[in-house]
Design a protein around this ligand. Structure first.
Ligand code: DAH
Length: 381
């Protein structure tokens, strides 16, 4: 640094010697030309045009020169720095152009390629809802059970306390499977003695589970069932039920009620009560119809004509299905001691549940396989 009243002869100041300035400039220009990419150029800029570059340091020395030497040295350093900055800018532009061209080639999109014409699918809401119900019970320790859709009459009726002449047998209009010997005799009229039916409900899985499993038995069984209905907005000859069976020591109707409340809470939201209405099923005693509080109006639409509820028809309750304490005769048919074991069962249709849960108005939408119905339900798993 300069001391007061002391000036340097520019010839004596090493950094300001013309050949030093030229050298610093030429080194800078060579480095700029050699910078292969923008990152390298950034480093070159710091080294040759930054605050601590040779030309910047030389510039600082000018102030200490005698006045007559200042102009000349200033011009020389200024020109050198100008040349370096100009070269930097030009190289910067050149490298940016190169990069842009490279990106355009590397990331080019061929808009002439065919697009993916296969739209992404969705799961059928019946599958999703069945699995959801299964999950609720699996989380409580239940196992998922299955049975055949072409079922022996004994499982579908007899073991469930529906004798051949039991009036309840006509409660369900049954598809009978024609026997082997009848196969060639179409039209002979006698096609009902194979002893096999398309199961009319999932209750035969209760029997299969009791025969095949160790006690206690806790099973949940979703499955397809068949009845001789026409397909219309509210009926379908093939539909889906969920059956539940719990057989253990000491089970009571309170366990049934608590289990129902839990299921309804898990499916529709906490705090929705259920109620049981006396009913009749041959395989349960006592038997009941089970209802849940309407999850839309929560009962508020009852007696309030100004605010009708479409979901429950302003009843305040939605009917779910049938249930009860397993009839001791069913336990006996399966070799289970009714003195020691008791339990409960219920069964309900999932299509109906899907209808009121998601405002599906026509049963046919669920079976026709039109993707426009399924797609809004998405890929929920
Ligand atoms: N199987 C009956 C039906 O399809 C429904 C049912 C009622 C199932 C009572 C049960 C039950 O397990 O306990 O109409």
């Amino acid at each position: 640094m300069s001391a007061p009243n002391k000036s340097y002869d520019p010839v004596e100041v090493e950094a300001l010697k013309p050949e030093e300035i030229d050298r610093a400039r030429d080194e800078a220009l060579a480095a700029i030309a050699a910078a292969g990419d923008l990152e390298a150029l950034r480093e070159v800029k710091v080294a040759h045009a930054g605050d601590r570059s040779p030309l910047a340091l030389a510039n600082r020395e000018i102030g200490a020169l005698p006045p007559q030497a200042k102009a000349d040295a200033g011009k020389r350093v200024g020109q050198a720095r100008g040349a370096v900055n100009k070269a930097l800018k030009a190289r910067q532009e050149e490298l940016e152009r190169e990069r842009d061209e490279r990106v355009l080639v590397e990331e080019a999109v061929d808009v002439t390629l065919p697009y993916d014409r296969v739209p992404s699918g969705a799961r059928h809401p019946m599958t999703t809802l069945s699995e959801r119900i299964e999950d609720i019970f699996v989380a409580m320790g239940y196992e998922v059970a299955e049975g055949p859709e072409a079922e022996a009459e004994w499982f579908n009726f007899d073991a469930l306390n529906l004798d051949p002449d039991h009036p309840a047998r006509s409660m369900q209009d049954t598809f009978f499977v024609r026997g082997q010997e009848d196969q060639g005799a179409a039209g002979s009229g006698s096609g009902d003695d194979s002893g096999v039916v398309l199961r009319t409900h999932t209750s035969p899985v209760q029997i299969r589970s009791l025969l095949a499993r160790e006690l206690p038995v806790y099973v949940i069984c979703p499955g397809r069932v068949y009845r001789t209905d026409e397909l219309d907005a509210t009926h379908t000859p093939v539909f889906t039920q969920v059956e539940l069976l719990a057989i253990d020591e000491g089970l009571t109707m309170a366990d049934l009620k608590g289990t129902l409340d839990h299921m309804v809470g898990a499916l529709f939201g906490e705090g929705l009560g259920t109620r049981l209405r006396p009913s009749y099923f041959p395989f349960t005693e006592p038997s009941a119809e089970m209802d849940m509080v309407c999850f839309v109006c929560r009962g508020k639409s009852v007696g309030d004509p100004a605010n009708p509820c479409r979901t429950c028809g302003s009843e305040g309750w939605i009917e779910l299905g049938g249930c009860g304490m397993v009839n001791p005769r069913v336990l006996t048919a399966c070799g289970v001691d009714p003195e020691r074991y008791s339990g409960f069962a219920f069964g309900f249709g999932i299509e109906r549940m899907l209808m009121f849960r998601h405002n599906v108005e026509d049963m046919r939408d669920m079976v026709e396989g039109d993707a426009r119905f399924t797609r809004p339900f998405g890929m929920e798993i």
